[in-house]
Design a protein around this ligand. Structure first.
Ligand SMILES: [Zn+2]
Length: 210
């Protein structure tokens, strides 16, 4: 368990918090001591463990980890060692945030471009495109015509990405999931059921806590 003690001079009491990344932060109040903070954490261990159990463990991305990229399994390759004199320092930080940031940047450019392309191709008017980190959705379409897409679509094959974009674009014609809506989808994306099946199989991708 990663445990950090943080002094907060405005705080009057000890506070313990489980962060989304699974680390634990204990606040030491103005008049508190580190020893008391430790005792406080120990008294609350049951509660902390319960909070930790609610969170699925986050997979660390490191050298050799296999991730999905454009529908293919690729392996991260890193040669990272810092050496000086007779010292060798291994750098073992989690690469996930760095690689994810890069993928997100790539997704922003690519998904916006592709959405404009498909919107023009099917004469669908849209207002705005946002590429976001959505916890449980691949995309959405607002009444005003904003298409929001999950950046993780950069990890799916192109036909799946296109399906999600077309799905959202067809909501500009039918703001629901009626039979009529699915007919519109099938007309522009005949293999949409294959895409749905792929998404179902890779459900875990769409959980930012994977
Ligand atoms: Zn929908």
């Amino acid at each position: 368990m990663q445990l950090d003690f943080v002094r907060n001079y405005r705080s009057r009491r000890y506070i313990v918090r489980v962060r989304p990344d699974g680390s634990v932060r204990a606040t030491v109040p103005a008049r508190g001591t580190l020893a008391e903070a430790r005792a406080f954490v120990e008294r609350n261990l049951d509660w902390i463990n319960r909070q930790l159990q609610k969170q699925p463990p986050r997979q660390v991305w490191e050298d050799g980890t296999e991730i999905l990229y454009r529908g293919k399994v690729v392996r991260l390759r890193v040669g990272r060692e810092v050496t000086f004199a007779d010292q060798v320092v291994a750098v073992t930080a989690d690469l996930r945030p760095t690689v994810e940031r890069h993928l997100w940047r790539l997704a922003k450019r690519e998904l916006s471009h592709r959405t404009l392309e498909l919107a023009a191709q099917h004469s669908v008017a849209i207002q705005r495109i946002t590429v976001r980190n959505q916890r449980s959705r691949w995309g959405s379409c607002s009444r005003r015509g904003t298409i929001s897409l999950n950046w993780r679509l950069i990890q799916t094959p192109a036909f799946v990405r296109d399906y999600i974009i077309l799905h959202e674009l067809m909501h500009r014609r039918q703001m629901n999931h009626s039979k009529l809506f699915w007919q519109e989808v099938a007309a522009v994306c005949p293999d949409y059921q294959t895409a749905e099946a792929w998404l179902k199989l890779h459900r875990h991708l769409n959980q930012s806590r994977q």
